[in-house]
Design a protein around this ligand. Structure first.
Ligand code: AG3
Length: 273
């Protein structure tokens, strides 16, 4: 008879949390940057948590990774040939760009331990780092951005929450450097948090981007294991942001209807941006 049940909970506020019943805790690690945990959950398979917040689960990572890659890929004028990913140490975002046929992908992750954890527990995501089209660098994304000028068609910020240690990736100074690292007509995308629980994150991203780029656009996706399940992403470019239909083939979440629909925003989200 099993007497004790184990649960992992992500706290949204003092009064609210989402809990996953877990079979086992597979890892708990304190790195120079953050705390990393991996759980084997009953309903979502393996779950990666950083500082107590869900980063991905085996069962629903496809939503986030398809939406942070395929949407910007289609919404930029020029079909991207070079992509820079900041964060993304699990390899999930890089993997989607490989599926889209991108031949030059640079992934800059600040915490080498995230990559090691992915190698061990999420080998399917990690495997993109052994593809010759992907260069993995363990480095500070903010610093890297300053050193690279006019190099990338598409820059993806696949970071932890906009409120917390990754805050430096959500302000005008950083966006200026992103713009400097983009080619002409290039585009950037950032995950911008839950519009419901983290409106400040979305506001920081959109106001910072507006002060640097001519055009911005917000889109959303349904990610069951993130706070409220309703998640935002923000695009920014000096070129017009619209559907250029470079590759509309369907994934597990993404399809042409989802691409169009993800830009239709509820009124409370519109009022934040
Ligand atoms: N990075 C964004 C995760 C943010 C989730 N926030 C939260 N659970 N409070 C995902 C990394 C996947 N490559």
């Amino acid at each position: 008879m099993k007497l004790i049940e184990n649960w992992f909970s992500e706290r949204y506020s003092d009064n609210l949390q989402l809990s996953f019943r877990v079979k086992d805790q597979l890892l708990s690690l304190k790195t120079d940057f953050q705390r990393i945990d991996v759980f084997d959950t009953y309903d979502f398979g393996k779950l990666l948590s950083i500082d107590g917040t869900v980063q991905l689960t085996e069962k629903d990572e496809f939503v986030y990774h398809e939406m942070i890659s395929r949407v910007p890929f289609n919404m930029m004028k020029k079909k991207p040939e070079s992509v820079l990913i900041i964060g993304g140490g699990d390899g999930g975002a890089a993997g989607e760009f490989l599926k889209l046929g991108v031949k030059k992908i640079v992934n800059v992750e600040i915490d080498g331990q995230v990559v090691e954890v992915s190698r061990k527990f999420f080998p399917e995501l990690y495997s993109s780092f052994s593809n010759p089209s992907v260069t993995l660098l363990i480095d500070d994304g903010i610093k890297f951005m300053k050193q690279n000028k006019g190099t990338f068609d598409l820059i993806v910020v696949d970071s932890t929450d906009p409120v917390g240690p990754a805050e430096g990736l959500f302000n005008a100074d950083f966006y200026k450097n992103v713009k400097g690292a983009l080619t002409a007509d290039g585009i950037m995308v950032t995950q911008s948090g839950s519009p419901f629980y983290q409106p400040k994150g979305l506001t920081m991203a959109t106001s910072g981007m507006k002060s640097v780029f001519k055009n911005i656009k917000v889109y959303t996706a349904f990610i069951p294991t993130y706070p409220s399940g309703f998640w935002s992403f923000t695009l920014a470019s000096d070129a017009e942001i619209k559907n250029y239909s470079h590759d509309l083939s369907s994934g597990k979440y993404f399809n042409p209807d989802v691409l169009e629909g993800s830009f239709k925003l509820p009124e409370f989200v519109k009022s934040l941006i």
